[in-house]
Design a protein. Structure first.
Length: 579
């Protein structure tokens, strides 16, 4: 990860924070008055001890008490308002970046880039939001006004002032030591917690396999090891932070007692009044409070800072998409020109110099051995992966000229592993739209030959499904996934192993759907191992070790492959006879 990339993401976060700059200034102004009003208590004590008790004036006591009540009320209102303002600053920051981070997480996950940052991106944004709204950040606004309280102590007596400054210097050193000492344990704890959560999530997502293969004990043992490492690291980090928090609190209380002791000594020698002694102790506590708060809340600071760092990497790695010119709905013409694909995170190309052209009404079967590059081609055709070289053009326009959401309307995709989301079947077919179009949902299901199957379910299209429940069979899920791919009436349909979970009726329904799409002038790509899947294909693309071996009409390509196969067998036989 280059520094330039991280700096780009850092600048994006700063820009989002900069939009709330007027609100930060408002909080700073409120903080000034709040800290100014904090002098109310010490001044009240000073007047009570030095004036009221000596004059025994009830009227003065009542007047001072009423004034103090009013000032404390004003302080409470200002403190409450600045807290509400900071709450809205945090919410505004998160709302400003929610869509951006959500999109970056999806893109990074699909492209296997910045995996840790992608997995924690949304949580990192919440960590920053929590830091903005936490008392710890509010203490940062109070910290610049701490010299005001120390100045007040110096007015009472220089010795008390120097004691206060010495104590503050010690606490600042403790805060710096806290940062340097706890950073590594907190990072280790966060990493261990992330690994534990990831393993637990994997085990839950594959619960059926874990149960069926008798892997429960083994899975639990491995998860428990990861969980134990996470707990051990978390306890270590908490112990380190707790040591500094407890030490800071004890030292601050000791300082206040020392201030009282020094004040009492100065009173005894006639250099200080009793009211100034009490007021000095209160001022010291107020001046040290922000430092103590920062030390106590350091874990919040650390998480927010780590979240900022990881988000800088994620947003720098996944640049913000620029607005694209709205293109008209394309015709079903697709051209691949010398396409080379290097999977994200890899150094070796999985597809090299692939070229072909497909016209309206054609279905293309893509065949090859496992690992030949069929699924890679499917990801490139749908725009999930970008070619390292060459272009794929839809009706003359390169795929990257379309907005991803718009491209998804023109190119339908059925992946190898179909996943349904929590919701109704209607919502899943409508791609989780907030306002599903019932007519389009039914039409897509009919095209996918799934309409009758859905009607037989308990609640039809309103049957609720979940990614974790097993109400539907693999074949049913695959047919619903096909309907989802066809919901937006795409001009190109990419099917990756579409009949892997289908029975004979399902395969016949799939072939019928492909035939219908061809009749409508659409283009269909079918990545397949099984011959039944390419029954309706007109063209055949053969990929071998990432390179195009053959492309053309299906019968011609099949005949050529058989001819080459027979030739290889004859050559092998001759070689065997000679030996």
């Amino acid at each position: 990860m280059s520094d330039e990339t991280t700096a780009r993401g850092h600048a994006e976060l700063l820009e989002a924070r900069r939009k709330s700059r007027p609100l930060y200034w408002m909080v700073a102004i409120f903080s000034f008055f709040v800290n100014l009003l904090m002098l109310t208590g010490p001044l009240y004590m000073l007047n009570v001890y030095d004036r009221v008790l000596s004059s025994r004036s009830f009227e003065t006591l009542i007047a001072l008490t009423v004034l103090v009540a009013f000032l404390y009320g004003m302080m409470a209102i200002l403190d409450f308002v600045r807290g509400r303002v900071m709450g809205r600053v945090g919410a505004r920051f998160q709302a400003e970046l929610d869509r951006r981070v959500f999109g970056a997480v999806l893109q990074a996950t699909s492209m296997s880039r910045a995996p840790r940052q992608a997995a924690t991106g949304l949580r990192d944004l919440e960590s920053i939001q929590r830091l903005i709204t936490s008392p710890a950040l509010m203490a940062m606004f109070d910290l610049p006004w701490a010299p005001l309280f120390f100045w007040g102590i110096f007015i009472f007596h220089p010795l008390m002032g120097w004691l206060a400054l010495s104590g503050a210097a010690v606490l600042i050193c403790v805060a710096i030591l806290n940062q340097t000492t706890t950073r590594r344990p907190l990072e280790t704890a966060n990493a261990a917690s992330f690994a534990s959560e990831q393993l637990g999530s994997q085990i839950r997502s594959e619960s059926e396999m874990v149960q069926s293969l008798g892997m429960r004990e083994a899975a639990f043992d491995r998860w428990q090891i990861a969980r134990g490492q996470s707990l051990e690291a978390t306890i270590g980090a908490a112990d380190a932070a707790g040591t500094f928090t407890a030490g800071t609190k004890a030292f601050r209380l000791f300082l206040q007692s020392a201030m009282l002791g020094l004040g009492a000594y100065l009173v005894l020698i006639g250099e200080l009044s009793p009211g100034a002694m009490i007021a000095g102790s209160i001022l010291l506590g107020r001046g040290l409070a922000p430092i103590e708060m920062i030390v106590g809340q350091w874990a919040v600071f650390q998480k927010g800072r780590e979240g900022w760092r990881r988000l800088s990497i994620l947003l720098g790695e996944i640049p913000q998409e620029q607005p694209r010119t709205q293109l008209p709905k394309p015709r079903a013409r697709l051209l691949a020109d010398q396409v080379t694909v290097v999977p994200p995170g890899e150094k070796q190309a999985s597809l090299r110099l692939i070229s072909f052209e497909v016209k309206p009404g054609q279905a293309v079967g893509v065949i090859g051995t496992s690992g030949a590059g069929k699924s890679t081609l499917a990801r490139v055709l749908t725009g999930v992966w970008q070619p390292a070289g060459g272009k794929i053009r839809l009706d003359g326009a390169a795929l990257d000229q379309y907005d991803p959401d718009v491209l998804g309307q023109h190119i339908g995709y059925l992946p190898q592993r179909v996943q349904l989301f929590d919701g109704t079947i209607k919502e899943n077919i409508a791609r989780m739209s907030m306002e599903p179009d019932d007519a389009k949902v039914v039409k897509a299901a009919q095209k996918a030959a799934a309409h009758e199957m859905i009607l037989k379910l308990p609640d039809g299209y309103d049957t609720r499904v979940s990614a974790t429940t097993g109400k539907l069979s693999g074949g049913q899920i695959q047919r619903i996934g096909l309907a989802r791919a066809m919901y937006s009436d795409p001009v190109v349909l990419v099917l990756d192993e579409p009949n892997s979970n289908l029975d004979n009726d399902g395969s016949m329904a799939l072939n019928k759907a492909i035939k219908s799409l061809k009749h409508e002038g659409k283009i269909v790509f079918i990545m397949a191992h099984r011959p039944a899947a390419i029954q309706e294909c007109d063209m055949l693309l053969v990929i071998e070790a990432g390179a195009r071996r053959a492309f053309g009409p299906k019968d011609e390509v099949m005949a050529e492959m058989v001819k080459n196969h027979d030739q290889i067998k004859r050559n092998a036989g001759k070689a065997g006879g000679v030996s």
